[in-house]
Ligand binder design. Structure first.
Ligand code: C5P
Length: 310
């Protein structure tokens, strides 16, 4: 067993989020392309071997109890191991905004699975960790190995897609005073768009195949940027002024290729040909975001998910 393991847990953005229909389990059937970005939380895990799972965090306003996905992941991993004496002290350095549609909580939970699998010497494969992750949250399996992936089902059915031709740049924006509840966003989607949902596996599979074979994804490249469809944006933006404001300011950035909301929001992003173009656009326009009360980051595509911290 190892004494300390430090891992990075990257955020994700949605390059495509298509709501196909409603499932028998009440979740939505989705067709998505998720992309890791290099804005990451850090988890520092120490072995305690005292049967306790202790979580601390460097920001206020985040529960460090058993409802946190990190604690839930640790407890699930330990119960599957059968070794109840396993313990860990886990410290979370939070960098990804909370309640933002960036899968920050899901990535932290995925990072806990990866880190404790190493710390406790359990030897689970990536596939086995992804299966456990699916029991904890729809976005969590993607966060384990991350990068660029197609995500179907309720988000947990992963399929490989070609790696992007180059790492595109991203400017990410969020109002720190606003968060959107994911169940609310999906509930609104069903209320407003439910009458147009597709029905049946054959119709779902046609849409999945259309996404797999879409020219913009084979491979992703700045010359033919993704259209950035997000069906949740259609219902969240009209009810969330800060999303409309963020999208409006992002559209004005020089060099932006496309703008959209990520996940269930409220964070929004613009794509750029590369990181330098994103840095330059943000540096020139940062004051506009500050004046609007919005936080902004410049980052780029990340080729994978949870990884050991350098
Ligand atoms: O799986 P996760 O805990 O992230 O989902 C949070 C909530 O979002 C679910 O309880 C559900 O209301 C909604 N959801 C959905 N369809 C999905 C994923 C999430 O309706 N595919």
């Amino acid at each position: 067993m190892t004494a300390t393991v430090r891992v990075l847990a990257p955020a994700k953005i949605n390059l495509h989020l298509e709501v196909l229909g409603i499932r028998a389990d009440g979740f939505h059937e989705l067709a998505m392309v998720m992309q890791s970005i290099d804005l990451a939380d850090e988890l520092i895990c120490d072995n305690t071997a005292d049967g306790q799972i202790q979580l601390s965090c460097d920001v206020e306003g985040l529960s460090t109890g058993d409802d946190n996905l990190i604690s839930r992941a640790a407890l699930l991993l330990r119960s599957r191991s059968g070794f109840n004496e396993l313990g860990a002290s886990i410290h979370l350095k939070k960098r990804i905004p909370i309640g933002a549609g960036l899968a920050g909580g899901s990535s932290d939970g995925a990072a806990a699975l990866v880190a404790l699998n190493t710390l406790w010497g359990l030897g689970h494969s990536t596939q086995s960790l992804e299966a456990m992750a699916a029991d904890l949250g729809s976005d969590m399996p993607f966060c384990v190995s991350g990068g660029t992936q197609l995500c179907f089902g309720r988000g947990e059915r992963l399929e490989a897609c070609p790696s992007p031709a180059s790492a595109m740049g991203v400017v990410l924006v969020k109002d720190p005073t606003v968060s959107v509840s994911t169940p609310w966003a999906y509930g609104e989607c069903r209320r407003q768009l439910g009458q147009d949902y597709l029905v049946g596996e054959e119709a779902f599979e046609q849409r999945r195949q259309a996404l797999r074979t879409a020219p913009w994804i084979n491979p992703l490249q700045p010359d033919s940027p993704p259209p950035l469809q997000n069906d949740l944006q259609t219902v969240v933006a009209p009810q969330t002024p800060s999303v409309r404001q963020a999208l409006g300011l992002l559209e004005q950035l020089p060099g932006q290729l496309r703008v959209a909301m990520s996940g269930s929001g409220p964070s929004c992003f613009a794509l750029f040909a590369d990181r330098a173009a994103a840095d330059e656009a943000l540096a020139a326009h940062r004051s506009a975001f500050v004046a609007a009360g919005l936080e902004a980051w410049s980052c780029s595509f990340e080729g994978g998910g949870v990884k050991l911290a350098p």
